[in-house]
Design a protein around this ligand. Sequence first.
Ligand code: FEO
Length: 162
Amino acid sequence: MLDKKIIDLVNHQVNKEMYSAYLYLSMANYYAEKNLEGFAHWFTLQAKEEYEHAEKFMNYIHDNGEQVILEAIEAPKSDYADPIEPLKVTVEHEKYVTDLINQIVRVAHDLCDYRTLNFLSWFINEQAEEEKTANDLLARYEIFVDGKKNLYLFDQEMKSRV
Ligand code: FEO
């Protein structure tokens, strides 16, 4: 049986993962509208991944016989100053999500909730990966994209994500 504090935090995390999906969809739309199909593809897949994270948290609540409470999803911004801005926002957003996961870990630790700690270990690893991917993407953009031609080539490369 899960403590109410954990149930509330996990339910809240469902909302944050859904917001992440929304945020990345807003970026996918921005790039699609700029004819940057590779970036649009990449962020569409990222949004799907975030939805899968939300599903994992919902399944955890159900597997423990508790109720999922969905909250309203905040609207993300829908326009960006230039093609690099979403990449910068992504880096900051993933750090924020890591903090949220760590917060649940802290509470689970205080409650000696080893089941939840075990469940969260997947997300701890996933966040390390998500932060690295976001940082690498931004760093590579900063190094290689110094004009429209390079942006085009980078966009082509972004299409290869599966
Ligand atoms: Fe579900 Fe990108 O964190």
